[in-house]
Design a protein around this ligand. Sequence first.
Ligand SMILES: [Fe+2]
Ligand SMILES: [Fe+2]
Length: 296
Amino acid sequence: MSHLRILHFSDVHLPFPPGFFRTGEMLHPKRMIALVNFVLRRSGKYARGVQKLNGLADFLRREPVDYLLYTGDSLNQGLECEYMQAARRLAEVICLARRGGLAVPGNHDYYTSGAMAHYRRYMAPVLPSTDLPDATTESGFPLVRFMENSAVAIALNSSVPHVPFWDSSGRLDDAELASLGRLLKQERIVGRKHIFLMTHYPFLDTDALHGLRNSQPLFQLLKGHSNVVLLHGHNHRIYVRQAPELDIPVYCAGSLTKEGAESFWLFELFGGGLNPRQGVWKNARFVLRDPEAVEE
Ligand SMILES: [Fe+2]
Ligand SMILES: [Fe+2]
């Protein structure tokens, strides 16, 4: 029986590169207003983001995994100079997975419509592509990754560039949901032991300004699919919950880089189980917590 190791991480929020404030893109009103909020409330918590990302690379060399699943928020404001730095750094980590992976953008990556164009230009080419190009819609998603014979990952985008900086809610695209519905009718998808369905926004959080606004159509599609595992980021705190009615697990990876709360999930697929372990930052490196120490 195959024994797959799958690592899910999220919300890297790499620090701004030097001189970012001198770029013309910073004159965008949303960025100018949000920068004050960022400097006052956030920047100190993610200042050592590069060290933590390098720490993940170090972990992957010590304890190799087969697939990396990344649920976005690499940046802060989706600037071109941020993308130029982050694309290279993330590519260096993603390539350490033995067999590949999948990634989706977060709301800080899709900060403005211009930032979406940067994602397509800089990030998409260095991130893993899909195994099923016919399932991809105009948005560039869903992406599909077959993981041996036992599992498959499907990535949906839920990040939307809103004008007000305080609106950080997400929405699933109708065309992507329709494509997912078609995928969930295929035996090569539903016949696997585990279907990892990933997006940036929290599936169970429907808050109008911070959550996923339209999770209900998705939950309708997932009814009867007890082999689905939901993965997301956006909330910078690691946890696992059960989706009511569906009775399937929902994992939030938290933030890889948030000072004092650095985290990821490692799933070891054997015996039909997921066997989840939490990655934590301890003594300047990532290690795995004891299996019985998983937080609920
Ligand atoms: Fe985030
Ligand atoms: Fe986010």
